[in-house]
Write a protein that binds this ligand. Structure first.
Ligand code: HEM
Length: 198
């Protein structure tokens, strides 16, 4: 990664994300305290940082196929670290919903089996993001796990944001449009590339 024009590469992306999102939460809790409202704000904020990091990893190879430039090269090269940063962000999401549980004396959040399944995917994908563990499960299993996990996250984010469009279109419509555009990009990128090459 030497000689790159981008200052943040590899593990520094994960460190930078952990620090930035950590500071964001500290600011929220300093300003609003640690009551239910503050915990809900922290949950929403971390869901959005996770979504942005997820999207970067989700579209990296499609963007690179269609627009080979220095930025898309950086995205693709650092896709693994963007995914790991999403895992860090979602760990903060878990800290925030544990905080909500504490602030409401166990009244909220309720049991969320689909959310828990998301964390199972996240955990499995994180531990297999290293050369040794990836080699241990094999290329085929790795592809199935990471493809299924990425599409599960896409569904979870699109559903969570999509159902809230009626509540606040100004916040949730752009997020939902971004997610739908990302999926369309992934679907059309290989076809467009084939046409360009062929
Ligand atoms: C990988 C799995 C998960 C994903 C992708 C995810 C994503 C999201 C998203 C996108 C939102 C909406 C944020 C917004 O309104 O801007 C959200 C809200 C929320 N999540 Fe998660 N989440 C996951 C797992 C969980 C789990 C396991 C729990 C706890 C049981 C949880 C608790 C909450 C709560 C309580 C809110 C609503 C906060 C509020 O608006 O007051 N999430 N999550």
């Amino acid at each position: 990664m030497k000689g790159s024009k981008f200052a943040v590469e590899g593990w520094s992306i994960v460190g930078f994300s952990a620090l930035t999102i950590g500071i964001m939460l500290a600011v929220i809790w300093l300003i609003y305290g640690v009551d239910e409202t503050a915990m809900r704000l922290a949950i929403r904020a971390t869901a959005r940082t996770s979504c942005i990091l997820f999207l970067c990893a989700f579209v990296a190879s499609s963007l690179r196929r269609l627009w080979p430039n220095i930025f898309t090269q950086w995205l693709l090269k650092n896709r693994r670290y963007l995914g790991l940063s999403m895992a860090v962000s979602h760990t903060y999401h878990a800290i925030a919903w544990t905080g909500l549980w504490w602030a409401t004396s166990g009244a909220s959040p309720g049991f969320d089996p689909l959310g828990i399944l998301g964390y199972v995917f996240l955990f499995a994908m994180t531990v297999t993001s290293f050369e040794r563990s990836a080699a241990w499960i094999g290329q085929r299993a790795w592809k199935i796990l990471h493809n299924a996990g990425m599409h599960y996250f896409w569904l979870a984010f699109t559903f969570e944001f999509g159902i809230k469009i009626v509540k606040s279109a100004i916040v949730y419509l752009p997020l939902t449009v971004l997610l739908v555009a990302a999926m369309m990009l992934r679907l059309v990128a290989p076809r467009i590339q084939r046409k360009l090459v062929g």
